[in-house]
Design a protein around this ligand. Sequence first.
Ligand code: ATP
Ligand code: MG
Length: 818
Amino acid sequence: KEPQSKRIADTQKCLRVSGKHNDLEDVGHDTYHHTMFEMLGNWSFGDYFKKEAIHWAFELLTEVYKLPKDRMYASVFEGDVKEKLEFDQEAWDIWKELLPESQILKGNKKDNFWEMGDSGPCGPCSEIHFDLRPNDEINKVKGRDLVNNDHPQVIEIWNNVFIQYNRKADSSLEPLPAKHVDTGMGFERLVRVIQGKTSNYDTDVFMPMINFIEIHSGKKYGVDEKTDVAMRVLVDHIRAVAFAIGDGQLPSNNKAGYVIRRILRRAVRYGFTFLDLKEPFFHKLVPLLADQFKGVFNELYLQKDFVTRVVQEEEISFLRTLENGLKRLDQIIGSQNTKSIEGKVVFELYDTFGFPVDLTALIAKERGLSIDEKAFETEMNIQKDRSRQAASVETGDWVQLTEESSVFYGYDTLQTNAQIVKYRKVKEKNKELYQIVLDNNPFYAESGGQIGDTGYIEDAFEKIQVLDTKKENDLTYILSEKLPRQTDAVLNCMVDAAKRKLTTSHHTATHLLQAALRQVLGSHVQQKGSLVNTNLLRFDFAHFAKMTDEELKKVEEIVNQKIQQGIVKSEERNIPIGKAIEKGATALFGEKYGDSVRVITFDPNYSIELCGGTHVENTSQIGLIKIVSESSVAAGVRRIEAVTSSKAIEYFNEKTETLEKVNELLKSPKDILKTIQDLLDEKVKLSKLLEDFEHEKLNKIREELFDKIKDKDGLHFLAETIQVNNPESLKTLAFQIRNKYPDNLFCVLGSVINEKPQLAVILSDNLVNLKGLNATNIVRDLAKEIDGGGGGQPFFATAGGKKAEGLEKAVSMAEGIV
Ligand code: ATP
Ligand code: MG
């Protein structure tokens, strides 16, 4: 993509909490790594290069910010023989114009060569470090010996990257046709140096929040290292969590959402353990932070209540988990015979309950146990490998065929003649696919919740299926299992029209739905996610309560009205974003919009949205909408699923069919609901009757059994086959008999229940205790006759079997035992 300007300066919210750059475990323990920090940058796209970048960096730091030159160190790439990369003489010479040689260092590939992935643009870099130690320490150890050595007072603040190579898939390097600059300076570290502090947290970026925690926890910052770490963790993590939620990433159980949940839990856990914050507290930092960033990253301020609420709900549920985790740990510690807790268990606590290893170790230690750290590491690595494998993609180099740009025609047509601009092979989960970029492209790439188009491309020989269409940055490509035989042929490209039509219908319906929700529930309804495909539309939005049936009905009614009104779409492409917002277009938080945007309007008084998706020309083409569910996805976020067009008709047909079957089963009554209600009422009555009847029957059987009890060798002996309907009755009878004969009772009962033979043996305590009889052994012996097994206690045991014919014999064998 052509950059809009060749020179840019910006600030980016930057997260380093997973993947290649992961600082999470250090955050709070040190004073200069954050989970979220602001990266200030200046960029050159084929414009200025090393000389200007270095001179300007130096000027800004020493002349504008007036930082001391004698405390500054610069590093330059030393070269790498294996990679055939040379020492960056150019950068060295430039720095020599500005700093004495004693303050310029040569750095290795790890610190001074920047690359983001296995392939792509890369190049040497030049870092700027500051030594903030007191003079007497500096006199003892020179600053240059501490650069890039994890010293908390000798820190890197700025990295200037000079992008001059492209790394290819075979890992060889080729020079780029144009050279670029990408620099990154940590705002919080810069503030610390300017304000002359020894820790990022001592600056006014963090102090207000630390003071707030001091008041609420009744603990002072700067007294005890443990509480200090915890406070730093809290004030740091709230930034990552709150901004991520504000930008649309809710905490959840997987992927990016899980990263956010993990950070949040880490904070709550530190507060819980080291600051004694046992009640939800973390969310109280959100309003403070939002006010601090008002006018800077205003999206947080605008969503203050929503973000606070989400954090609070998460916190409440995690505190519950934490308590359960502590109980689980207690259980484990109580049940273990060894002196060391198994790695598997430590991992379970870590993974399921969010217990970091150090916490588990600490608690274990308090009870005189250790943990098996080695085995824990092994478990950790297994998990890491698993996720690495799941994510691994092998990407080949692009094969460039023409210099044409790729243009999307799919808003206006479903068919084009196109040629391939470039293609490459990708291997994912052992499947080989081609990514193909077309010059005249009719296929819509998955974005904005709408799925990618499918269809085919066709040459003189064959039709090749288009499996999906995706977009990386602004580059759209189709996915297929093969390439055309002649890659330079003109191809007939055809979008699957039926699928596209349904997707389009669902997408427009989503706009109509959002407008209706705002009418019925209020303007706080903000889109929090959406999915639009051929089968349904799914719309997630900020709202705090479950929607009532009336609200849902009202919303559905409004949308159906708008569909019936046949509102004509008005579409504006490439209008300035400012103008679109002025018109009242709804924009999403966390969504990146270019300077010019596309605006889709269905009645300027009803729905105006910034949207790149495909839409019907006239709302009547949607046919109808049916909301099929309303549920909760996360704290403060509701989800509506709905179907439109032929999918709605399918839905109604299914429902009608079910109803017709019910009607048939009930022999077509006049009032179907009343008939069902009558049936249910009758069922209740009958059940009650049956119960009474069963009760009476049992009484009768019991009386009969009492009569049959014989005196045998001084025992009250009974062995009978009876008829009862469930095992419970058998048990009840047995116990009633035992109650009547607390001493010297030997009783065996058999019954066929649901065609299966059942046995029960019950003994009085004196036979068990004095004569050593055991009901479990007896019932197992007898059960051999019915091909069964069972068990129980010494005084009462039951058995079930398969051979009903054997029951009489089993019961009669009781006498032999006596
Ligand atoms: P370090 O070695 O201190 O971790 P880095 O080499 O990872 O730094 P870069 O990737 O070069 O840093 O990032 C550019 C700048 O961003 C750094 O000079 C620093 O000012 C800032 N920075 C990097 N990581 C963090 C972080 N986790 N928290 C705050 N600032 C950071
Ligand atoms: Mg780092």
